[in-house]
Design a protein around this ligand. Structure first.
Ligand SMILES: [Zn+2]
Ligand SMILES: [Zn+2]
Length: 329
């Protein structure tokens, strides 16, 4: 299981250089499951990663040995109704790197991926940027799924790596004003430094009041990026009539609840976001062109041997952690 070898002609053996610890990896680490996806040991998590092509199968044409690559963790079947209708992210036979019961993850010196998941990166792109292109793609996709950003007034509730991955492309695409909330001051500072016009701490501020004071008409879109019920209540107060609520966070609980009257009177549109669809190329392009700067996202680094410390740190939310990176040597 942990000795990956090329089996199919289209397989690529990748030597990992860096992985970024994702909140979902930590969910598996702490609770052993996300919803009905339960870890059976031994199992490697991890899906935000970058590396170098070590060996290629006989039929591989898209990459060659020595290429530096970003990795798309989703491995759709390309045959089902979802794949054929342009929705490979909801593929009925989807295999996802580091997902229990699907594929062993990237917390491993080597992994084998189909060539369709390997994206060569430009010479000036760092491995950190390549690994972060995965969460960034989720933000790019969520922004593209919402409304045109030109002059939009938006809220981002929860400023972890996904909240940041929404902020950067939203601003790059012309959002006029971005209002951010979180409960970690260091994260709020990163939001301000990255272009948010407001960043409020939910623990000591009435953020709804503070935002509505500046935007009495309400916000065009709210991106829920923290998986907290409280954020849903805030979103319905913050949205203007006809506003859009994007659900991106992964809650610890099984059912959201929504205020009926506010939702009806404002005719709020709710959109669930399932990872991303086709946004990785755009994320890589934005990183390569410098239209977005993810340099402030990695706040901590660990060696592969110290992976446990990295996971414990992210699980504790201590020390202003945003993204922990794990380096392979
Ligand atoms: Zn992730
Ligand atoms: Zn499919």
């Amino acid at each position: 299981m942990f000795n990956p070898v090329i089996i199919n002609g289209t397989d690529v053996l990748v030597r990992l250089k860096v992985i970024a610890v994702c909140g979902s990896d930590v969910h598996y680490y702490v609770s052993g499951k996300i919803g009905d996806q339960v870890v059976k040991y031994p199992f490697a998590v991890g899906h935000e990663c970058a590396g170098v092509v070590e060996e290629v199968g006989s039929a591989v044409t898209m990459v060659k040995v020595g290429d530096r690559i970003a990795i798309e963790p989703a491995m759709p079947c390309y045959k089902c109704d979802q794949c054929k209708s342009g929705r490979p992210h909801t593929c009925r036979q989807l295999t996802f790197l580091g997902c229990p019961g699907q594929a062993s993850g990237s917390l491993s010196e080597f992994i084998v991926m189909p060539e369709t998941s390997c994206f060569p990166i430009s010479a000036h792109m760092t491995y950190d940027q390549a690994a972060i292109s995965e969460p960034l793609a989720i933000g790019v996709y969520a922004v593209n799924r919402s409304i045109p950003m030109k002059n939009a007034k938006i809220g981002i509730l929860g400023f972890g790596p996904i909240g940041m991955s929404v902020l950067l492309p939203a601003l790059a695409k012309g959002a006029a004003k971005v209002y951010v909330t979180d409960e970690i001051n260091e994260r709020l500072q990163i939001a301000r430094d990255s272009g948010a016009m407001y960043a409020g701490n939910v623990d000591n501020t009435d953020v709804v009041n503070a935002i509505l004071k500046q935007e009495p008409q309400g916000l065009d879109v709210v991106f829920e990026c923290c998986g907290q019920q409280e954020a849903i209540e805030q979103a319905f107060d913050l949205l203007k009539p006809g506003g859009v609520l994007m659900l991106i966070g992964i809650p610890e609980f099984d059912h959201w609840s929504f205020p009926v009257s506010k939702g009806r009177h404002k005719e709020v549109t709710i959109i669930n976001v399932r990872r991303q669809n086709g946004a990785l190329e755009e994320a890589l392009q934005m990183l390569s062109e410098g239209t977005v700067d993810v340099g402030k996202m990695p706040t901590h680094r660990f060696a592969f041997a110290d992976t446990k410390q990295a996971f414990d740190l992210v699980a504790s939310y201590d020390d202003g952690v945003m993204k922990a990176m794990i380096d392979f040597y």
